[in-house]
Design a binder for this molecule. Structure first.
Ligand SMILES: [Zn+2]
Ligand SMILES: [Zn+2]
Length: 113
């Protein structure tokens, strides 16, 4: 059975990242970060190969984009919030809704796992 968590933001890094191992991760553009998409500290992440990276919501609900470095790894140095002026901004509302609604829809199911 999987361990389930209401809030991924409270979880400590459990991958081999030299910057965060064993700690919570509050900044997503730490140049020393090597966290994986599967790291326990990583919130739900949407893989978007169409734009060469992945997107997720930070703990304030803001959308972030991180470029892919090599398969399975992310270039956290260049992780950036998708704000006005960002090339992906036009898709931001849609993706924020998708991630937020999915998170909300999963919450009632947590107790069944
Ligand atoms: Zn890290
Ligand atoms: Zn990690």
């Amino acid at each position: 059975m999987y361990r389930t968590y209401r809030n991924p933001y409270e979880r400590a890094c459990d991958c081999t990242c030299p910057a965060h191992h064993g700690q919570q991760r509050w900044t997503y553009n730490d140049p020393g970060c090597h966290c994986l998409a599967t790291c326990a500290s990583q919130p739900m992440i949407l893989l978007t190969p169409e734009v060469g990276g992945a997107m997720f919501l930070n703990y304030h609900g803001a959308l972030w984009y991180v470029p892919a470095l090599e398969p399975g790894h992310w270039d956290w140095r260049y992780a950036t919030p998708v704000d006005v002026g960002h090339p992906l901004f036009d898709a931001a509302d849609l993706i924020i809704d998708l991630l937020r609604d999915t998170h909300k829809a999963l919450l009632p199911l947590i107790h069944r796992m």
